[in-house]
Write a protein that binds this ligand. Structure first.
Ligand SMILES: Nc1nc2c(ncn2[C@@H]2O[C@H](COP(=O)(O)OP(=O)(O)OP(=O)(O)O)[C@@H](O)[C@H]2O)c(=O)[nH]1
Ligand SMILES: [Mg+2]
Length: 426
């Protein structure tokens, strides 16, 4: 696959005009391009209704862009919309520039930023899945530019060979990632007894900063998009005793290539199996609501069950007072914090503890004293409210995640739910 912006490659951004009152989506594309190392030297706007099906840019826009590119010595055009292989080819020819779309740009950033072996494999898989349907176009392109005798026949044969090779590589990577996943699941099983919490959110929202603040760690934080690609998990002590496992995860973005979401499933397992998601939002961002929406959409496509979430409205330190009021009104269920303020840490931890308690039902369990240690083993995730040791019977009260009750009953313990509706209004 040809890779994307060369260092400091001069690039022009292309996309639809910004809608009044909405954030300009080319701003975000510019940040992505910047993260990939390009230097942005111009912007082109194509009106939605005059998009040329074969070329994306209309005839007039093509001329205009060509002149602007020459003037600015641009080498690359980055389009905010997904382009078909034919559109890329036609545009490259008409403009005499290399052309890539938003998906390719994101794939490129991911491949640059991948550090672990797993992340590398996942990105490679996504790139190959993106490439496969485009191979034909690439060969058509080569045989045309190559011209000459016999290019057509061998080109087609070569295409079949290439397709087969790419498919084989895809299968190989899928198998390999599956084995990584099995290993992860075994680890996850070992961790089953702990409550798991994942930080999720739009890229650059401050997830890693918050992770560091909460767990007093030092994972990479950067004012760039997609600083984090690998999941990191650490133990976190909660107020009132009890520990949970907290995970920092890869950020999401609008129009996230579905190849990437599918390929990053192994990394995102942590999110899928979490008991609680902390959805971190950059509350000071002009496109805050669109970002919240985009994250919800990715989560909906990823999760098979409804995982409880807490909205963490971050970057309160740079939020003007009047916007904080508006924020409170819009998201009364959220908690407003700044990951940079140490004093917000305890408040957030208290709230997390309260959320976990809210998810639990109070139960009474009775057992013979000999089975008490076994009960303790099964209730590591629960909060113990009281215990009363008699000669014949130990009577204990707990707050339990309802999903764990079955386990106890199957083991033959007498479990009585005290008030099934407790905690609902919390
Ligand atoms: N002012 C302010 N800046 C913050 C806050 N939290 C994070 N930042 C900054 O926001 C930028 C992104 O922070 P990260 O923690 O890397 O964000 P992330 O969500 O992990 O981003 P990705 O891993 O790229 O998805 C960094 O420059 C942080 O210093 C905050 O509460 N206030
Ligand atoms: Mg991060």
């Amino acid at each position: 696959m040809h890779t994307n912006p060369a260092p400091n490659e001069r690039a022009i951004l292309a996309g639809f005009p910004a809608l009044p009152g909405m954030e300009d989506t080319l701003d975000e594309l510019g940040l992505l391009a910047d993260t990939a190392g390009a230097e942005i030297v111009g912007r082109v706007r194509q009106r939605r209704e005059s998009v040329h099906p074969g070329n994306f840019l209309s005839k007039g826009k093509t001329e205009e862009t060509k002149a602007a590119a020459e003037e600015a010595k641009a080498k690359l055009l980055i389009c905010d919309e997904e382009l078909s292989p034919a559109q890329v080819r036609n545009l490259e020819k008409a403009l005499d520039l290399r052309v890539i779309d938003r998906t390719e740009l994101i794939l490129d950033i991911f491949s640059r930023r991948a550090r672990s072996r797993e992340a590398h494999l996942q990105v490679e898989l996504a790139q190959l899945r993106y490439l496969l349907p485009r191979l034909a176009g690439m060969w058509g392109h080569l045989s045309r530019t190559g011209g000459g005798i016999g290019t057509r026949g061998p080109g087609e044969t070569q295409l079949e060979v290439d397709r087969r090779r790419v498919r084989q590589k895809i299968t190989f990577l899928e198998r390999h990632l599956e084995s990584v996943e099995v290993e992860r699941r075994t680890q996850a099983k070992r961790r089953m007894e702990a409550v798991r919490i994942s930080l999720v959110g739009y890229t650059n929202a401050g997830k890693s900063t918050l992770f560091n603040q909460l767990t007093r760690s030092e994972v990479l934080v950067e004012d760039k998009l997609f600083a984090t690609l690998d999941t990191t998990t650490r133990k976190l002590g909660l107020s009132g005793g009890g520990a949970v496992l907290l995970s920092d995860t890869v950020g999401f973005i609008r129009k996230l290539p579905h190849h990437l979401v599918a390929s990053f499933r192994a990394t995102l397992r942590e999110v899928e199996s979490a008991d609680l998601l902390l959805h971190v939002v950059d509350a000071a961002h002009p496109a805050r609501e669109e970002q919240v929406q985009a994250v919800e959409e990715v989560l909906a496509s990823l999760l098979e069950r409804d995982v409880p979430r807490l909205l963490v409205l971050n970057k309160a330190d740079i939020l003007p007072d009047e916007r904080e009021l508006e924020l409170r009104r819009r998201h009364p269920e959220g908690i407003i914090v700044s990951a940079l303020r140490g004093e917000d840490r305890e408040r957030l931890l208290d709230r997390v503890a309260a959320e976990l308690r809210g998810m639990r039902v109070p139960v009474r369990v009775e057992c013979v004293p000999a089975r008490w240690p076994e009960l303790l083993g099964l209730t590591a995730r629960a909060e113990r409210v009281s215990e009363e040791h008699g000669a014949e019977c130990v009577r204990s009260e707990w707050r339990f995640d309802p999903r764990d009750l079955g386990k106890l009953r199957r083991a033959g313990f007498t479990v009585e739910v005290l008030d099934p509706f407790a905690g609902v209004e919390e």
